[in-house]
Design a protein around this ligand. Structure first.
Ligand SMILES: [Zn+2]
Ligand SMILES: [Zn+2]
Length: 97
């Protein structure tokens, strides 16, 4: 059995018109798997933590989950988004406070 030299970093993509896959985006890696086999596979997190994140059915069923990230990176991203969204409302907040 050949072992992979690295942990794959999966991104969701398409093969042809409708065949959905997760492919590894790392340099010189041509590995990919069909969506039906992605359940339980480990991917490198797309955040900055360097950890692995497991692809689960929920993730796979959500078409918008193109780049798997772990829960803690998700939380960081959510906070960043909240912060960005809060900027236009600064005036409002100022009134409330
Ligand atoms: Zn790979
Ligand atoms: Zn992460």
């Amino acid at each position: 059995m050949k072992k992979p030299k690295h942990m794959h970093k999966y991104e969701r993509g398409k093969l042809g018109d409708s065949y959905e896959i997760y492919r590894c985006v790392l340099t010189e890696c041509t590995h990919y798997i069909p969506l039906s086999l992605a359940d339980g596979k480990l991917s490198l997190c797309w955040g900055n933590c360097g950890n692995a994140v497991m692809l689960d059915k929920q993730m796979i069923n959500q078409a918008k989950t193109k780049r798997p990230i772990c829960d803690s990176c998700k939380e960081i991203k959510r906070k960043q988004r909240e912060f960005l969204l809060s900027i236009p409302n600064e005036e409002q907040n100022a009134k409330i406070n």
